[in-house]
Design a protein around this ligand. Structure first.
Ligand code: GLY
Length: 354
């Protein structure tokens, strides 16, 4: 039986560890606090279309491929873990307030139509028919029923349970660079990956995101059914439903490994979220946190071989939760000797590849 040591117990590390154990490897996962980093903080959107940016067509294609895997992945995971993986099968609406925001959404809709992914444009009244909690400042937007979400905390619990049931040994201690691994080493340490292998130096950087959790209180306007994304005077905000409330995200800034939520970040998120869903003023503010997205130079993940004994799966930028099923599939392929697509291979940056 071949050995695999997975460094990192976030959604990517746990997904790869689970799938590798299913594929017959003897897997050890190393993390001093599995499931407590950025995967815990995340909003859990599975939203390749509404995260699409012109110029990132390769990332959109990867996201769509992974989104297609999600329903079966979640079903299999729930059954294997004996607990729900947290998939929320409702779609997404995108809301705009001012005319500049509406023009930007029109440009996004045109871009998606050119790519063969037409989305439905709706006026304010039509959007409110779908989501009655949307406030009067919402003047128009889009409906994207295929962009889903998952409760990231339910997902992490299910992944850990399924991984351990499949034989993964979770060791709650840090991996030191230079330590000898039995068999193959797989680096999945998110924003911390660059310090673990010289081939990753300068390739993965922390991109801070502040995020809030709001809890519904009796008498308050009900939680929307779908994910609501919005542009408020040019600023993006998203509100992702959970059984007991909403996740509101997210700021984006680069301050090294700083994970302290700031007063300004919380203020901006609440101000913009309240413009879109005025009823949240009656919700409880339960949590403010910040996570570190593992940014890569082109926002596309870095998945492949770094040297004869070391593989990597990191650099998922804004899309780690979405890309987890596809990443695990690619890593299992690598372990079986199959190459990864060139667009994710670290070789595209001149690093050792497959
Ligand atoms: N995918 C959402 C975010 O990174 O904030």
């Amino acid at each position: 039986m071949k050995d695999l040591v997975v460094v990192g117990g976030g959604v990517i590390g746990l997904s790869c560890a689970w799938r590798a154990a299913q594929a017959g490897l003897r897997v050890t996962l190393r993390d001093p606090a599995p499931g407590t980093g950025s995967s815990w903080v995340a909003g859990g959107m599975l939203a390749p279309v509404t995260e699409a940016w012109p110029g990132e067509e390769g990332l959109l294609a990867l996201g769509l491929e992974s989104l297609e895997l999600w329903p079966a992945f979640a079903e299999e995971l729930s059954a294997a873990a004996g607990q729900s993986a947290g998939l929320h099968p409702e779609g997404t609406v995108v809301a705009a307030t001012g005319s500049g925001d509406r023009a930007e959404l029109d440009a996004l809709a045109q871009h998606l139509a050119r790519l063969g992914r037409p989305v439905e444009r709706l006026n304010g009244r039509e959007l409110r028919r779908l989501e009655p909690a949307l406030g009067p400042d919402v003047r128009g937007g889009l409906s994207v029923p295929g962009d889903l979400s998952v409760d990231n905390r339910a997902l992490l619990a299910a992944l850990r349970a399924a991984a351990e049931k499949a034989g993964v040994v979770v060791e709650e201690r840090a991996w030191e660079p230079g330590e000898a691994a039995p068999g193959t080493l797989l680096i999945c340490a998110g924003a911390h990956s660059a310090a673990l292998h010289p081939g990753l130096a300068g390739l993965v950087r922390p991109v801070k995101g502040e995020i809030l959790r709001l809890t519904h209180r009796r008498g308050a306007f009900p939680v929307p059914t779908r994910t609501v994304r919005a542009l408020v005077d040019g600023r993006p905000v998203y509100l992702v439903p959970r059984p007991a409330g909403l996740v509101v995200g997210a700021t984006q800034s680069e301050h090294g490994f700083d994970t302290e939520p700031t007063v300004g970040g919380v203020r901006d998120l609440l101000r913009d979220a309240e413009r879109i869903l005025p009823g949240i003023a009656e919700y409880a503010l339960s949590e403010a946190a910040a996570g570190l997205r593992p940014g890569s130079p082109d926002n596309v993940p870095v998945i492949g071989r770094l040297d004869g004994r070391t593989l990597v799966a990191t650099g998922h930028s804004r899309n780690g939760i979405l890309l987890a099923p596809l990443t695990a599939r690619l890593v299992v392929g690598l372990l079986a000797g199959r190459p990864v697509p060139a667009e994710v291979d670290p070789a595209r940056f001149g690093r050792t590849g497959t």
